[in-house]
Design a protein around this ligand. Structure first.
Ligand code: C2E
Ligand code: MG
Ligand code: MG
Ligand code: MG
Length: 282
């Protein structure tokens, strides 16, 4: 009985001593196929200016439509893809798909930027920046039309190849956003050294901003630091009007969250920002 229980739980050990649930191993095995079979798809979530609600960009968020398990959220497979090399073909797929979408929107007269999430492991690949440049040329997309989001943990790696990739990207120049800002533990040590254009204050702060005055002050201070360093400051995960008002009071520049727009299909985003307008005009 003991053996059976163990068998169904966390039985696979990697050399790094991390335990990976057995189901996740199966998923990783299937992810390769999923990429080739187009089982992955992207939803898009608007990022808008705080004051005018003007659309700045649409963040691409990957989902997996698994034939047996239904829709799997990225939190359930990206961490494992990141531990294997599969994160590289996956990111390649995401970038291709997002650029194709942007191309299509531009042809439809819908002009926005697209934000793409990138893993640290992607930046460890020498030539990541050159490859992206090629992809931009292939789809005739100007670099100003895209933003890359990397978590602040990326900057703490202090690995030569990662730093080189970031440097090359910022020279293209690609707009770099620091995602989940505030969840790393030595933010103040590196914030002035990193080539970031914006910081996205993590949802864990925003969902406390309305019931903890200290959290509001921390967000306010993060906004001041970001602005002092010439960065745009974004609040992520705004869900209520009270949180929205607090974020505005803290002088964030932009906002993202269910309160503004949930992640949705590209058609829905298009209709919200272009289709609707045309309808009202008639
Ligand atoms: P993230 O980049 O910080 O994205 C924000 C996450 O918060 C998304 O979850 C989004 O759906 C969710 N969110 C947005 N607004 C709200 C809100 O108001 N309330 C709540 N409760 N949640 C909100 P999602 O789509 O499940 O993605 C989770 C994470 O997976 C992302 O966090 C990102 O780190 C990663 N991810 C998603 N797509 C990709 C991708 O294409 N490549 C890579 N490397 N990572 C990705
Ligand atoms: Mg993100
Ligand atoms: Mg984020
Ligand atoms: Mg986040």
């Amino acid at each position: 009985e003991e053996a059976q229980r163990l068998d169904s739980e966390y039985v696979v050990y990697t050399p790094g001593l991390q335990t990976i649930p057995k189901e996740a191993i199966a998923l990783i095995g299937e992810l390769r196929r999923a990429i080739d079979k187009d089982e992955l798809y992207l939803e898009y979530q608007a990022k808008v200016t705080v004051n005018e609600h003007r659309l700045i960009s649409a963040e691409a968020l990957v989902r997996w439509k698994h034939p047996g398990l239904g829709i799997i959220s990225p939190g359930a497979f990206i961490p494992y893809a990141e531990k294997s090399d599969l994160i590289n073909p996956m990111t390649e797929w995401v970038i291709e798909k997002a650029l194709l979408q942007l191309r299509q929107w531009q042809e439809q007269g819908f002009f926005t930027k697209i934000a793409i999430n990138i893993s640290t492991r992607n930046l460890q690949v020498a030539g990541f920046a050159d490859r992206l440049k090629e992809q931009l040329e292939k789809y005739k997309i100007s670099p100003e039309s895209i933003e890359l989001e990397v978590t602040e943990w990326t900057f703490m790696k202090d690995q030569q190849n990662v730093l080189e990739s970031l440097e090359k990207l910022s020279q293209i120049p690609i707009f770099l956003a620091i995602d989940d800002f505030g969840t790393g533990y030595s933010s103040l040590q590196y914030i002035n050294r990193i080539p970031g254009n914006s910081i996205k204050i993590d949802r864990s702060f925003i969902n406390q901003i309305d019931n903890d005055p200290g959290v509001f002050q921390v967000v306010r201070a993060a906004v001041r630091i970001g602005h002092a360093l010439g960065m745009e400051v974004v609040a992520e995960g705004v869900e209520t009007d009270i949180q929205y008002n607090m974020v505005q009071k803290a002088q964030c520049d932009a906002v993202q969250g269910y309160y503004i727009h949930r992640p949705s299909s590209p058609e829905e985003l298009y209709n919200q920002y272009v289709g609707k307008k045309t309808k009202n005009d008639n």
